[in-house]
Write a protein that binds this ligand. Structure first.
Ligand SMILES: *Cc1c(COP(=O)(O)O)cnc(C)c1O
Length: 377
């Protein structure tokens, strides 16, 4: 790892630089217009009660905005609670998995949910279907499985997978869409729970989880809440469901996070919705994949073009280029968070292509990387 002392002194010319230098995969770029809108609320929103109309109307905007963006069918509901996607895994172990789950593990995040379930004493050990980083496994229908845990986009490695129900299966399909939601297309008939946190494609801050739930998922939540199984109150999905229906959360939420999320939803809907956002991510990621493919010293980490993420692009470099040094030089020039996922341990850059990130800034980034590499070699 290059420390800033050993980072080569390379100044990228100002006319090559992106307008906004935030390319991190999460927390990720928050649009300055959304931050300005938050500041404009003055003394009317931040610092006011989350049980009163001012805040509840923002929660309503979020729930309605998500229903519209994801074209939720009749009977589907948007539930939310505090704690982020990681907390949702804990909540799911109590309130969504009946006896056994099956997990597709192909990176850090998908593996973590399986580890939560493995540690839970009240349910069986999870089934794990594992594939190497850079690829994804397929679910296999099994009558003992009552929840299939899929991940639409594995943020750690930049692998995306198609979401479909395993054939002839009756279990719920729960999709970790933390980095996919809002940047990739999704068919609402293909899942029972589509959950995420808002600090990725939704360009807000962290600390919240949101879950789009089918009637079958709501049925499961209600059923498990009436059994003998103990559930910690703050992790109870039935409690979250009850509060969400009243446009509230069980305990105090981060009001700024809610507001920035509502602003991002309006921005996406005003521009053309999910299809528009998905195309924008594809434009940005294609720029990077094409750049890497035609580069003498770089290549996309994910071999199969169909599995390449449109929202987190991972690019490997030849040994003679130290990607950590490239990322460090970029950082010195105000281009932030292009380092790879720490535990993947590759000579790589990882770049977010979320909707808030301007496709022109992605093009500018490729020029900046070229500029740095030419001076390192
Ligand atoms: C970021 C991420 C998480 C963790 O989200 P938190 O809000 O930090 O808990 C989980 N899964 C995926 C796929 C992610 O990208």
């Amino acid at each position: 790892m290059a420390s800033s002392d050993s980072t080569p002194d390379i100044t990228i010319p100002a006319d090559l630089l992106p307008v906004d230098g935030r390319f991190g995969s999460g927390p990720s770029k928050i649009r300055t217009a959304a931050v300005a809108a938050l500041a404009d609320t003055g003394s009317g929103y931040l610092g006011t009660s989350h049980r009163k109309e001012g805040v509840r109307s923002v929660v309503r905007r979020v729930r309605e905005g998500l229903s519209t963006l994801f074209a939720l069918p009749e009977g589907h509901e948007v539930i939310l609670g505090n704690g982020g996607a990681t907390t949702f895994w804990d909540a799911a172990a109590f309130g969504l998995i009946e006896e056994q789950s099956q997990h597709l593990c192909f990176g850090e995040f998908s593996s973590k949910f399986a580890a939560v379930v493995e540690g839970a004493p009240h349910i069986q050990d999870p089934q794990r279907i594992v594939s190497d980083p850079g690829t994804h496994p397929e679910a296999t229908a099994d009558p003992t499985v009552d929840l299939y845990a899929l991940t639409q986009n594995e943020t750690s490695s930049g692998v995306a997978m198609p979401i479909r129900r395993p054939e002839r299966s009756s279990g719920l399909v729960a999709v970790d869409a933390t980095s996919a939601a809002g940047g990739m297309r999704i068919d609402p008939d293909a899942y029972d729970v589509y959950y995420f946190a808002p600090q990725k494609c939704f360009a807000s801050d962290g600390g919240l989880w949101l879950a789009l739930c089918s009637p079958a998922a709501i049925g499961r939540i209600e059923k498990l809440s009436t059994t003998e199984r103990w559930q910690p109150p703050s992790l109870s999905l039935a409690t979250a469901l009850d509060n969400s229906r009243r446009d509230q959360t069980y305990n105090t939420p981060a009001l700024a996070t809610l507001f920035l999320l509502a602003e991002q939803l309006d921005w996406m809907l005003d521009n053309g919705g999910l299809e528009w956002a998905a195309r924008r991510c594809e434009t940005s990621s294609s720029t990077l994949y094409e750049w890497a493919e035609s580069h003498k010293a770089a290549e996309p980490f994910v071999d199969d073009p169909a599995s390449r993420s449109p929202v987190n692009v991972t690019i490997d470099f030849d040994d003679w280029i130290d990607a950590a040094t490239v990322a460090a030089v970029l950082r010195e020039n105000g281009i932030l968070d292009t380092e790879p996922y720490r535990k993947l341990g590759r000579n790589q850059l990882r770049i977010a292509c979320y909707p808030a990130i301007e496709p022109d800034d992605i093009t500018a980034l490729t020029r900046c990387v070229d500029h740095v590499i030419e001076r390192l070699s």
